[in-house]
Design a protein around this ligand. Structure first.
Ligand code: NAD
Length: 281
């Protein structure tokens, strides 16, 4: 199986596509926005130059393996489909419904969702036994971890397939139950929310909050800078799911986070979040 479709070419989708191409897979990257596809193409090129240390042959070979598309229909020939669109259940379930007519009992489908239930998403796809959560970290080409999440209908064969696939692309897989936030975000996102509360209450400025966690807890990046990297819309969506599904007020989103997202400041991708950036990612 060598042909991978990635649906959604934002910061995660473009990175996932690049990662597979770097490991010899043919990649079809799809997004509804031509602007995003163009941005993905440029970001991938820039990243490859950095990662492959200017090895023009290898850079060009990798670039050649990626094609860009605006309709799902064009992805028909792929063996593996990875959905990585906005963190919105309706958008994801709609994509899976549409994919149902393109896939058969030989293809595998995964979602890179951070917050949706894999079992609930599976209701929208034909062959739910071949559907799984395959959760990359940001940026996918750099971060080692992939969470492999079995839904209620995921078969052993599908789980084993994705477990091996993670190793093929040199990632370290961990297994998680289909529980809100899975493993990493269940721990990470409440910490980011707490950092937002510390800022909201005026306990310290953003720089000092991040410095506290970097210098005092040995984190490579502070929680507020990390939230900007993840995307504040995605961070808020995950928190809301933790709050709703675990039914515990400790997960209630900090009003400051809601306020910043409502203003359209989503972090690095819009140039402003807890911090301001000269360049959008
Ligand atoms: N940002 C992170 O740190 C991170 C980490 C792990 C997983 N994720 C998950 O990855 C997914 C994508 O997140 P992101 O940060 O790349 O978001 P993003 O906003 O950068 O990209 C989402 C992309 O989905 C596209 N899209 C929307 N509707 C679509 C459709 N119907 N068909 C095809 N494309 C469509 C948008 O045009 C956009 O380019 C989310 O589920 C998110 O929770 C994010």
């Amino acid at each position: 199986m060598k042909k991978v479709a990635v649906i959604g070419a934002g910061q995660m989708g473009s990175g996932i596509g690049q990662l597979f191409a770097m490991h010899g897979f043919t990649v079809q990257l799809m997004d509804v926005s031509s602007v995003i596809l163009e941005k993905a193409k440029n970001n991938i090129k820039r990243s490859l130059h950095k990662l492959l240390d200017g090895d023009i042959q290898q850079i060009n070979d990798t670039i050649q393996r990626i094609s860009y598309h605006m309709t799902l229909e064009e992805l028909r020939e792929c063996d593996i489909f990875i959905e990585s669109a906005f963190e919105d259940f309706n958008i994801k379930s709609d994509i899976l419904s549409q994919l149902s007519s393109l896939i058969d009992q030989t293809t595998y489908v995964a979602s890179n969702t951070s917050a949706c239930s894999i079992s609930e998403l599976a209701h929208h796809i034909s062959h739910p036994e071949r559907f799984i959560g395959f959760h990359f970290m940001n940026p996918p080409v750099i971060m080692q971890l992939v969470e492999v999440i079995r839904g209620e209908y995921t078969s052993d064969k599908t789980f084993e397939f994705f477990w091996e696939l993670a190793q093929c692309i040199e990632k370290k897989p961990i297994a998680s139950k289909n529980s809100p936030g899975f493993v990493l975000n269940r721990i990470l996102i409440p910490m980011i929310n707490e950092a937002a509360h510390v800022l909201y209450e005026g306990v310290a400025c953003a720089q000092d909050i991040d410095a506290a966690m970097k210098l005092g807890a040995n984190h490579p990046i502070g929680p507020l800078a990390l939230a900007d990297l993840i995307g504040l819309d995605t961070t808020l969506a995950i928190l809301k799911r933790l709050h709703k599904e675990l039914n515990d007020c400790k997960y209630a989103p900090c009003p400051l986070l809601e306020e910043i997202v409502a203003k359209g400041h989503l972090g690095r991708k819009t140039g402003k979040g807890f911090y301001e950036y000269s360049e959008k990612k």
